[in-house]
Design a protein around this ligand. Sequence first.
Ligand code: ZN
Length: 137
Amino acid sequence: MPDLGADPLDEHGVRTASGGGAEGAEASNGLQVLGPEPDHACLQCNINDGQVLLIRYNFGRDITAKPLHEHCAPFFFGLRLSLQERDELKRRGFSDDDLFEMSPKRAHEILADPSRTAEAPQEEQRGSATDPGKCDR
Ligand SMILES: [Zn+2]
């Protein structure tokens, strides 16, 4: 094909480092992709399929870059609930709607306390009162 060297109309010129769709929003959560990490397996899923990236979480306690898949990083850094965590919350009586509205930060607080269940809401603070992107623990 002809040379496509300079294309001023390339709307995708800005690399979003995103797998697709709404994932792009994660970038503002403090996750930063530093580049590919072909030699290590993902810390979250233990798979090295050639898609592993070096990712760091700028708001975390440990801001060194970790080998992670882009889609695994939010789980690893606690920004999103894993399937196991969701299952555990459901065991405690939370519904899908509850989980949908729950911030990952709150979910982890609940998970950290075995006595917390859906029947005993302590701080009823639903919705987006807490911005998970600005959590400083
Ligand atoms: Zn992974």
